[in-house]
Design a protein around this ligand. Structure first.
Ligand code: KG4
Ligand code: ZN
Length: 380
């Protein structure tokens, strides 16, 4: 029997201030997320300085709320876990400084977690919650969000998890492409959920977009692994959407839509639908179809090449309905079970950080007080 541990997780890598209490990597006692969407909305993307300021404002109440909802207090947690990177340096430092102060004052162990490992453990956490502890390894994890599009082979030996990156985006992340396309169509921010809602109302076969074929061998490290890598590239599709908009003279309708949406405090799907003509809906549906097909095809090709037993799909874009449905259908045809986190654990949260910290807690993998943020932190 593994010892029980109540871990307080803190996450502040981008535009969400989050805290959660998770028992032994398998039971979420609380999961509080303060979103900064309203702050960044007028700029159509995350503004780093504003993000740090908002984290400073939110961190204390968010942590207090997470403890209160878990019916715990500072003394009763066994360890404090915090995101070390990757992310915005100033934003990460807010969570790290607060976690350090807590750990020091309470004399509790401090655990540093890679944000991407957190996204992977979000899937594991929910599988444990439903009693599916019997996952087959190796696992192939697609982490797909606003800042990342990565494929990792994940292995577990007792309490030690190791990761091998076998693909990543060469330019824009998939979520970034959703956000940029939504912005250029005057749809608002963040674009992923808006496009997700609009796409079923358009014809996905209306416009053909090419996505890049980037299967190649790792020329830098051929001696380590002779198998190909599966990289992604999404800046081309964004440019193709822009070109379509220009050649089809969609500019005036986009400008009108942008103005109208600015007048609505929290636009709903009905508002977007009312302001989108057929051509725009078809374009949105076609864009999403191309993104989904590329993500699924490359992930399943990698799964075949590396003979994986289980697929995890996590990160903000994993909330996308068409992505979930397509993965469900195509992975089943290939005979590989695929698991997603629920929507609330797909986007940034701290329960995933507390869950990823549990194996490190068991391995007594604690960090000293002088550890710092690593904005470009790699996962290994
Ligand atoms: O994981 P996350 O919350 O933050 C990062 O680590 O980046 O992901 C946010 C990203 C944004 O780009 C957002 O547009 C995208 O995930 N996203 C979606 C959906 N929900 C969020 N993309 C497509 N469909 C969605 N339903
Ligand atoms: Zn994330």
């Amino acid at each position: 029997m593994m010892p029980d541990a109540y871990i307080l997780g803190i996450e502040s890598s981008c535009d969400e201030t989050a805290a959660a209490v998770v028992r032994s990597g398998q039971e979420v006692l609380s999961n509080v997320v303060a979103s900064q969407i309203a702050t960044h909305q007028p700029y159509g993307g995350v503004v780093p300085e504003l993000a740090s300021r908002e984290h400073l404002r939110a961190i204390v109440p968010v942590v207090r709320q997470a403890l209160a909802e878990a019916k715990m207090d500072y003394e009763s947690v066994d360890a404090i876990a915090v995101t070390q990177g990757p992310g915005l340096a100033g934003a990460l430092l807010v969570g790290i400084s607060f976690a350090k102060a807590l750990a020091f004052a309470l004399e509790k162990p401090l655990i540093a977690v890679n944000h991407l490992e957190g996204h992977i453990h979000a899937v594991l956490l929910e599988q444990q919650q439903v009693g599916n502890a019997d996952l087959q390894f190796p696992v192939l994890a697609l982490v797909v969000s606003g800042g990342h599009t990565h494929l990792y082979l994940a292995r577990r030996e007792q309490n030690c998890w190791t990761y091998q990156n076998i693909g990543h985006t060469r330019d824009d992340a998939a979520g970034e492409a959703f956000d940029k396309v939504a912005k250029l169509l005057g749809l608002g921010y963040p674009g992923g959920p808006i496009i997700d809602g609009l796409a079923p109302h358009g014809n996905p076969a209306a416009v053909k977009f090419q996505t890049s074929q980037l299967k190649h061998r790792d020329r830098k490290r051929p001696q380590l692994d002779d198998r190909p890598r599966f990289d992604f590239s999404y800046s081309g599709i964004k440019t193709a959407v822009l070109r379509y908009v220009e050649t089809h003279n969609m500019g005036p309708a986009i400008a009108f839509r942008r103005q109208e949406l600015l007048k609505i405090e929290e636009p709903k799907l009905e508002d977007h639908l009312r302001l989108c003509d057929r051509q725009t809906l078809d374009l949105v549906a076609s864009f999403q179809r191309s993104m989904v097909e590329d993500l699924v095809a490359k992930t399943l090709a990698a799964a075949g090449e590396y003979d994986v037993q289980t697929l995890f799909v996590s990160g903000g874009v994993a909330a996308n309905q068409e992505l979930r449905a397509t993965f469900g259908r195509d992975a089943e045809m290939q005979g590989v079970p695929v698991f997603f986190p629920s929507r609330s654990l797909s986007t940034d949260n701290a329960a995933m950080i507390a869950a990823a910290a549990y194996p490190k807690f068991l391995a007594r993998d604690f960090v000293p007080m002088d550890f710092s943020a690593e904005a470009g932190m790699a996962l290994r």
